[in-house]
Write a new protein. Sequence first.
Length: 231
Amino acid sequence: MALTLHYHPLSSFCHKVLIALYENATPFTGRIVDLGDPADRAAFAALWPLGKFPVLRDDTRGLTVPESTTIIEYLDRHYPGARPLLPAAEDAQREARLWDRLFDLYVHLQMQKIVNDRLRPEAERDPRGVADARATLRTAYDLVDKHMADHTWAAGQDFTLADCAATPALFYAGIAMPFTDTHPHLAAYFERLLSRPSVQRVLAEARPYFHLFPLADKMPARFTSNTPPPA
């Protein structure tokens, strides 16, 4: 096996794939890409012209696999571990894919709209767009909170692709628009996610980069303590 993940430790969609890799202890080489370095940026663009993280390169099969959901499904099919992240049963599989999409589209991307607006010059900010993103995020919180009232994990009793998607989406969205005091079932689910060793490892590896996050000043102190990643 010769898997290389091209990623950055701060990237939320990279967290999604890293959690999947760590859940199954899948051997891989991590290649951190510095988009601020012209040579690194050019090499990454040659690999994947859209220049979006993460990208998996499988030298054994001669394939380049972009996009977080596609990468996780690829790993589950071609490099399965002890913990399948896409259920075998058709209905359960559909449920996992549904919640993966819900977390990516209605939590993750809405959070990114809010965060990206902070990076813009004042004259180029989009208050209406941010307000719309917050409204969508609030609706998504309501939906997840209701769903998690009688679920352990997003797609049932087992940790799946959907939970890999939920973790970074909720981690960063909870900083941009906190939910702990307003959505108790969602908050309890998030704590279950945080308790997993794979998630703790990803966050520990990201910690040295958290100061670069545009809303770093709002990040809870428990995420910024200098605890080394587990072995």
